[in-house]
Design a binder for this molecule. Structure first.
Ligand code: GCB
Length: 594
């Protein structure tokens, strides 16, 4: 799905701002038919939970309602009018005045509806959006809802971050031409010093196509025509980590009858290649070593709301600390983040929202006698179909970003359990069919090891999340180091492919110091990281280190969660803990590890 764009043939009316807000009421089954009850207002984009002080709102399980009036610009008489939601977490239902327009399931990918026939240029309409945050056995991520005897409903889930919900990304009304670009796929390759840009286009009707590729100085470097074309850039500037170079592909759609310009759409193109060969991860044919973090979209008050200032600041911190990459744990991030990564040469591992696929874990703790994760009654065909749909939407949205070098299909599934292979094999097949150009990975949890894992060979890169020295061998880094080495060696030996530490970290309370480096102190986090780095450096098959987490973040309630997860290298308000300096010293000198 194309990102909205304003230009010669397209316009955007941004609908962010203050909307009316209400929780769902059992005695009002058609809230979209009139002004929402009550006096609550809410900011968009932002999760709704922490904007209010009422726990009944913060912990609400079910539907909430957003509403505002929208003025349709008078000049929008020709063409189509489209309502676009960058995301509604986890499910959205949209009404224009009294009419139901459509719904979308999946909390982190965009959706849109053509409302041309329902609205009138020059007039206003009432836009009501229902958003549901329920997680069940069939949603991705999964969860379970308990009906308590007193009538309350409680949401349980298996992942370790707060179930923020609402309209956390932008909403807009688009004006697009009838005859337009519907989709575009750009794949790049390198031939000696030339860049090759393969373009495949879909349009809404038959059209003549003109393609122009410009460099950063706006000079034309290649031209072409037709819905599939190969453009060649002699002496191309490659897109590299830390040194992004973006060409701009301008697609002009011409009306075949009169030759008039119907639509113009542009795409940023980074010429680069990605490949896994043996135990190496190659970027532009050269071994690449990832340094960085698993991140979250998480800030105070906004929850998962996208915020441009935090975006800029977080990338500044990545640069300051010497990180070259991050993983969009544990869901697709706002598209603005990927655009920014494209422009600044930060590498992204793009993850689906398949997290908590492990019924043996709840609230971050292992459960006794859990049910099987993969079975017809638990995560079965229905969940798999939803997962496949999420994967399609993720790849459709992000396929053209040069910063995205790998798809992460799931975080910490129960890969050691029976049924895991049957569940994942069709999904890895699907991902390869949708995008044959990018490697695949997933992250293995601590209890899935090289001996019992049933799925790692379906992927190109073995991603492991390891907490030796934290959940295992707390305060005993000597034993932790022995176990870590044994674990890594076993993965390498069995799978003979690149191994990537996707998560390692220790909860740390900023300001807590201990001369004996006791757990939770800043000294322990430093010692823990030092031990890991000593180990990583001994294995040439190791291709990356992503510390868990970039910053402290909010979680559900848990005995071991003191004001959230504190494994951040930065606090939630982005101040460095001592370990930030440890990483900065290491990563600044690491560029030439291989
Ligand atoms: C993990 C999860 C991550 C948690 C982390 C932790 O393995 O992938 O979502 O937050 O551990 O801190 O326990």
């Amino acid at each position: 799905m194309l990102k909205p764009q304003a230009g010669a043939t397209r316009e955007i009316a941004n609908l962010d701002g203050i909307w009316r807000f209400a929780l769902d009421h059992a005695d009002d089954t058609t809230p979209w038919e009139r002004a929402l009850r009550g006096s609550l207002d809410v900011a968009v984009p932002a999760s709704y939970n922490d904007q209010f002080v009422d726990p009944a709102i913060r912990n609400h399980v079910g539907w909430v309602w957003y509403q505002r009036f929208v003025d349709v610009p008078r000049p929008w008489v020709d063409g189509r009018i489209v309502l676009r939601f960058d995301a509604a977490t986890h499910e959205g239902r949209v009404y224009v005045n009294d009419t139901f327009v459509g719904e979308h399931i999946g909390g982190y990918t965009p959706f849109e509806f053509d409302v041309t026939d329902l609205v009138e240029p020059g007039a206003r309409f009432r836009l009501t959006v229902g958003v549901n945050n329920e997680l069940t056995e069939h949603t991705v991520p999964p969860g379970h809802i308990f009906d308590l005897p007193d009538g309350r409903r409680k949401q349980q889930y298996h992942h370790d971050f707060f179930n923020y919900a609402g309209l956390a990304r932008s909403v807009s009304l688009l004006h697009v031409p009838d005859l337009r670009v519907a989709d575009v796929t750009v794949v790049t390759s390198i031939e000696n010093t030339a860049g090759v840009v393969d373009v495949a286009l879909e349009t809404t009707g038959s059209a003549d196509i003109r393609l122009v590729l410009r460099d950063e100085d706006d000079a034309v470097v290649a031209e072409g025509s037709g819905t599939t074309a190969r453009l060649r850039v002699p002496d191309a500037n490659l897109w590299r980590a830390g040194a992004a170079y973006l060409y701009v592909l301008e697609i002009t759609v011409l009306d075949p009858a009169g030759g008039e310009v119907a639509d113009v759409y542009t795409v940023n193109v980074g010429i680069r290649t990605v490949e896994v060969r043996g135990t190496q991860f190659l970027l532009n044919g050269e071994p690449f070593y990832f340094t960085g973090f698993g991140k979250h979209e998480d800030t105070a008050v906004r929850g998962k709301g996208h915020d441009d200032a935090y975006l800029v600041h977080d990338f500044q911190l990545l640069d300051w600390i010497g990180a070259n990459s991050f993983r969009t744990s544990h869901y697709p991030y706002a598209e603005e983040v990927l655009d920014y990564a494209d422009r600044h040469g930060i590498i992204v591992i793009d993850e689906t929202s398949a997290v908590g696929f492990n019924l043996g874990v709840a609230g971050g703790m292992t459960q006794r006698n859990p049910p099987p994760t993969f079975s017809p009654e638990t995560l079965g065909e229905k969940t798999q179909a939803t997962h496949a749909q999420h994967l399609r939407e993720l790849i459709a949205r992000d396929k053209n970003h040069p910063s995205v070098v790998m798809w992460c299909i799931a975080n910490e599934p129960a890969g050691q359990e029976d049924g895991a292979r049957e569940y994942f094999a069709p999904l890895t097949d699907l991902a390869r069919e949708l995008d044959p150009t990018r490697p695949l990975t997933y992250t293995a949890w601590l209890m899935a090891n090289a001996q019992n894992d049933q799925i790692a060979d379906l992927f190109d890169v073995v991603g492991i999340n390891r907490y030796f020295g934290w959940y295992i061998d707390l305060a005993d880094l000597v034993s932790a180091e022995q176990k870590l080495r044994a674990d890594i060696e076993a993965w390498i030996e069995r799978f003979q492919r690149p191994v990537f530490m996707m998560e390692y970290g220790a909860d740390t309370l900023a300001g807590l110091h201990a001369v004996d480096a006791a757990p939770w102190s800043e000294e322990y986090q430093q010692a823990y990281l030092d031990m890991h780095h000593r180990v990583f450096d001994d294995y040439p098959e190791f291709v990356g280190e992503h510390v868990w987490n970039f910053a402290d973040f909010r979680t559900g309630a848990g005995l071991h969660r003191v004001g959230g997860n504190k494994k951040g290298i930065f606090t939630r308000d982005r101040q460095p803990k001592a370990a930030a300096h440890t990483l900065r010293a290491r990563w600044s000198g690491l560029s030439g590890r291989k």
